[in-house]
Design a protein. Sequence first.
Length: 185
Amino acid sequence: MLADTARFAALAGELAAGTPCAPRRARAVADYLGLLCDSIHHHHRIEDEVLWPTLTAAAGDAVDVRELTDDHAQLDPMLAEIRAACADLVARRPDAAGVLAERLTRLHTVLDEHIADEERTVFPIVAAYVTTAQWEKVEAAARCAVAAVWSPSRSASSARTVSTGPKATDPESRPAMVPALGSRS
Ligand SMILES: [Fe+2]
């Protein structure tokens, strides 16, 4: 998601600077960014509804996800603003590309900080407290959410790469970090 927000911010900046943008291209940009916003929203929803409760149940007072939850609440309106800017781009409203570039740049900055915070806060707790069975439930929920957004029927060309997190300390009882959560891609 960081790579996409950065490259689409750059693209929108080029459009704002005068690079031609045919209606078909504007629609393709809007469609892709719509999927990206859906993906970010579902990613955070799975964290709020599945991962945080798992961490809290496993680690108790050793983990505090309140700031991360607050970040999610801050990010949702930003996604709505990006969807609105995309609609303006498709409608060929003046300044739409510039506004979109600005909003994507801001989203990228906030997401970058948020994901760095998550890696610092969440990964050590997962490695220390969460069992493989618990993690598999989180992973399954994340896979469902990703599949719902990036299904072939919604996007034929939405290849998505994700990074892996730190290795578990004990491969027999601790999960290896998996794609879809805590990704900096
Ligand atoms: Fe998050």
